[in-house]
Design a protein around this ligand. Sequence first.
Ligand code: PXP
Length: 243
Amino acid sequence: MTPARKRLGVNIDHVATLRQARRGRVPEPAAAASIAEHHGADGITVHLREDRRHIQDRDLAVLKSVVTTRINLEMAATDEITRIACDLKPYSCTLVPEKREEITTEGGLDVLGHPEAVARAAARLKGAGIVVSMFIDPELLQVRASRQAGADAIEIHTGTFCEAFAAGNHEAELAKIRAAAAFAASIGLKVFAGHGLDVRNIVPILDIPEIEEFNIGHSIIARAVFLGLPAAVKEIADLIHGA
Ligand code: PXP
């Protein structure tokens, strides 16, 4: 049996970051979503943060009517955001940790430390027919806790690996991701990966057979500033689809 094609989810939060710099109308995230889909994205990812620093509530409604692939909503496991997610019904939700003062999502969700709150949010989302993923560090105990809390999938936080890659010393971090991915698949979880990935550092991660989806934002939008969004999406989509 040929393995299924790996998927690219394009995170368009930073299109909204640019718009919010002027609190204006442009650039429109939904337009970015359509362009990304036309140039290889298999899904569109957005993070509705509690402080609404980039994606706004109206963006979700517009995206729901425009996106033709899949919407993956990243979210904190709070009552407010869980209610919004259950009303929106995206294809999937990824539970992430969230601190107001952080620049980006800094580490994985501590499912082991907060099993009840995570399981409660997961149950509500699953009750609304939404696939539930949990964004965790590549630690076996967190993988098992995610399964026990009701996850359908985990997204492995690749941030530490990406920093190690930049420092030229990534073998140990790659081994952790490999082990977490194999263990997750062995207990019935789907395996995704994301955070800090770009056209260079994704190459060794593409060799891990269990990882079927990558969620990538910052490097694509950063490349798009110089190359344009179509080329920026296409170059990494081609890498992922060719793996
Ligand atoms: N996956 C998750 C769960 C995230 O929180 C983020 C950052 O919003 C990403 C992927 C994308 O990370 P980056 O923007 O560094 O590609």
